[in-house]
Design a protein around this ligand. Sequence first.
Ligand code: IVH
Length: 665
Amino acid sequence: MEDVKREIEELKQKIRYHDYRYYVLNAPVISDYEYDQMMRRLKSLEEKYPQFITPDSPTQRVGGKPLEKFKKVKHKIPMFSLEDAFSPEEVREFDRRVKRFLNLPSEKDISYSVEPKFDGLSISLIYENGILKQASTRGDGVTGEDVTQNVRTIKNVPLKLITEKAPAYLDIQGEAIMFKQDFAKINKEREEAGLPLFANPRNAAAGSIRQLDPRETAKRNLRMFTYSIREVSSEIQFKTQSEALELLKKWGLPVNELNKLCASVEEAIEYKETFTQKRHELPYEIDGMVFKVNEIDYQNRLGHTTKSPRWAIAYKFPPEQVTTTVKEVKVNVGRTGILTPVAILEPVNIGGVVVSKATLHTWDEIRKKDIRIGDRVFVERAGDVIPEIIKPISEKRTGKERIIPEPKECPVCHAHAIRDGLYFRCPNISCPAQIKESIKHFASKRAMNIEGLGDKLVEQLVEKNIIKDIADIYNLDIKTVANLERMGEKSAQNLIEAIENTKNISLAKFLFALGIRHVGEHTAHLLAKYFGSLKNIEKAKKEEFLSIKGIGEEVAQSIYDFFREQKNIQTIKKLLKAGIKPSEEKVVISPLSGKSFLFTGTLRTMTRSEAKDRVEALGGIVKNSVSKDLDYVVVGENPGSKRDKAERLGLNCIDEETFIKLLSK
Ligand code: IVH
């Protein structure tokens, strides 16, 4: 027993170190394979000896049940915000103020720690004896929300500090952010799944931290940068902010590598200016640089006002922001019927791009910002993100501005708009706007890939009533198409040919093309792989969808509902009748075909996921829990309690060697 306990401890320590190498230093020293081996060994030991599982184990990042709501946390020390500066002059004024306050001669140079100002969500992290105990949002600075479960899923946040002598108590501040790349990926998936998009990485990070289900947060791939020691027990002493950053680093916390100690305000300004361009090349968004008086002694003497510390200032980059007028607000109808308010603007140039539209996201947001038609507004464009209205300039109001009403009906088909959580929705699945969008999606490259069926053509076809749903695409003939605007005999012929060529499509692509809400490419693949045929999916119960790893409640419900809708069933029938053959995934005839497997313990010659892939490639199914109907239980080294259960049920237990023979039969 002691041996097991020691091995578990060693594994945890090793994995922690390699997480640190990988996620904090970006410098792994082992291969993914070696890492996976360790993780699997730890998991299997913990499965067998659950009494040794501790909350700081690397296996316990994503755990716990979805919450009903977040607990409120009163911060022991308030979480301040920062004063802003927008010009070198304002920063020099700040520097003079600091010296006056400290009674220092004006010619004395003060050193500053200059750090990127991350555009994310501020988090306080409390470690007790090195163990992460609580993470909370800033909230209003006095009271925040307990988001511990979610912050634990952020991979570069250590659950346990890497140090022999961890402080008894430690409260630090950091910023949870989403990298630009992850932001783009998540928005693409949302678009494909017919969900509203996040306006910028900051909103996406905030939305992810505020998920009640930690498994959802885990999928969002957030990162943390820590930058402040808010409080630490007295055995730890440091004299400067740069020493504090060194301590954070030493404990294995993620600290940004662009932080720099500058000997004077002029040096600090110079360093900041180098980021005006460079910031666009960083993998995450920053909106300025924070200048912090480096000496802690000075910081203490300076103290803070009610809102912000007197020892720091955020020197912001010039915002890519302009003012313009909201001419009107249109309502956009998405593929799944979501209604989005779009502001039509007096065209204006922002950083070289002419902007004439901005999304307003939701009517709640409009009300919160109090934007009205006719308002003069601030508009911002961050990177390649959709332009956004920041706020109205209420001082410029004339009284003629009009409130933006919530939609009563769909602007296109006039169906009564229904409220659906944060959004309004057009409930009419025959709505021409939804039809246009769903046809565009159906024809798109990653779906059916119908070359030549572009957006403009789809619009014409729907407006002229030539096609009323996706299935009508297959009734098009050369003559009809050739008569359309900007079309001719040759292009019509090419289009019909392209349509013809889509008839043998893979099941996954077909499912994706149907445009089921929440079903992006990845989910479509999971469904195709699990069910193998459209028929099986049509008759599946919601629970079956839920049993697929990677499919959650909302997604399962959406798929289930889709196949209960008569209109959808009819469209699918029409498609099949037109000759589309979603190819059922190849089911190889092998002795494993249709047989179910369960693995317990560590395999010597392959990883679990390799084993799973190989079974599935031969038409077998891999299950995660023991049940009577299992065909094989493959027992590796150090099997868990599942083996005992399997033996009790009298199941067919085989060893790795037999399993490998089975694979090659
Ligand atoms: S120091 C006592 N450093 O900016 C104040 N803040 O506008 C501690 N922020 O609430 C803040 N990067 O969320 C500090 N390197 C950095 C930062 C940073 C981003 C955020 C933080 C703060 C907000 C103030």
